[in-house]
Design a protein around this ligand. Structure first.
Ligand code: PMV
Length: 325
């Protein structure tokens, strides 16, 4: 038997600009996915017969990544993340399952987190027609604060490089981390889910079409990159006021790229009176917003009153871990 937990993630800065090679900053959150596996006489997932087509992340991990030849497994998955909300639930599932399976196969040895992040990225790409950014999988595996970029980012610690052959050609990323100061622990993130899914592929395409129609909007990518740099400096120094200002500024640029919605704007505005800053997080078009605050219960209440579903988290939770064996 083995049980592993992997956290979800929240993008603080750089969504959409990262598609153009600029850095994105993500933090692991407290909520995530737990996977329990035990040997059985047939393959079972959540009490039902296991169907590989319905669970491509899991079947890819079993067959292609680990080449598991052992006895059938009884797999149980539980999650306290909103799914399809941009919180990285499928990456967390791939990491938690990969960690549990490795632990089971190697009789209690923990998998290297970098190797796991690469495996989980491959499982995501396999399930998403070859297109997947490593942001969710790296953040869920490593934990803390992760910076993903086309090249190394000044002021961060380089961890590994990764690449993927996508239908648009080869893409390469540099995965870096930032140590968060202790003072960050005095603040909280409150995520607000609009209740609508965040269609990542569709939103990336929407931005590409907007740039074809209005090429002058490309300036927003550089502006977001500058805001990301300022946000990273504030984050490393534990300067919550400056961090909040950068989050507000980032939201305005994402609005200019037309990826926000009325529902996201409503939740952002409802949170701001009790927050340092608030913005949409991830692809937009639905999904979640995030606020930085010292008063999480008030912000959660404001989000609920404005029609959203709140989730309170610390900034930069630990990465994937075995919780029972
Ligand atoms: O909503 P999410 O977590 O899938 O975030 C997408 C972030 C984008 O920059 C819009 C796309 C990407 O691949 O990085």
């Amino acid at each position: 038997m083995a049980e592993a937990f992997a956290p979800g993630k929240c993008i603080l800065f750089g969504e959409h600009a990262v598609v153009f090679g600029h850095p994105a900053v993500a933090v692991a959150i407290d909520q995530g996915v737990t996977v329990n596996i035990s040997e059985s006489n047939k393959w079972i997932l959540d009490g039902q017969e296991f169907s590989p087509e319905k669970h491509p992340h899991i079947s890819h991990t079993i067959n292609e990544l680990f080449n598991y030849q052992g006895r059938p497994l009884n797999i149980n998955i539980s999650s306290n993340l909103f799914s399809a909300a941009g919180l990285g639930s499928s990456a967390a599932l791939s990491n938690a399952f990969g960690a549990a399976l490795y632990h089971h196969m190697k009789q209690g040895t923990d998998i290297d987190r970098i190797r796991l992040a690469k495996y989980a990225h491959s499982a995501e790409a396999n399930a998403q027609k070859g297109r997947a950014s490593p942001t969710d999988t790296a953040t869920s595996s490593l934990g803390g604060c992760v910076v993903v970029s086309g090249s190394h980012v000044l002021g961060t610690k380089h961890i590994f490089d990764t690449k993927l052959l996508t239908p648009e050609g080869q893409r390469e990323w540099s995965i870096n981390i930032v140590e968060l100061p202790l003072s960050i622990r005095e603040s909280w993130l409150v995520l607000g889910f609009t209740g609508e899914g965040a269609p990542t592929g569709k939103m990336v395409e929407k931005v590409a079409n907007l740039l074809k129609e209005k090429p002058e909007k490309i300036i927003e990518m550089d502006t977001i990159a500058n805001i990301t740099k300022a946000g990273l400096t504030a984050l490393s120094a534990g300067n919550l006021e400056a961090l909040g200002i950068a989050m507000n500024a980032c939201h305005e640029r994402l609005r200019s790229l037309e990826v926000s919605t009325r529902e996201l704007d409503d939740l952002v505005l409802a949170s701001r009176p009790h927050s340092y800053g608030a913005k949409l997080t991830g692809a937009g078009g639905g999904g979640c917003m995030v606020a930085l605050t010292k008063d999480p219960s008030r912000v959660a209440e404001a989000i609920e009153v404005a029609g959203g579903k709140p989730l309170i988290s610390t900034l930069g939770s630990d990465g994937v871990r075995i919780i029972k064996n």
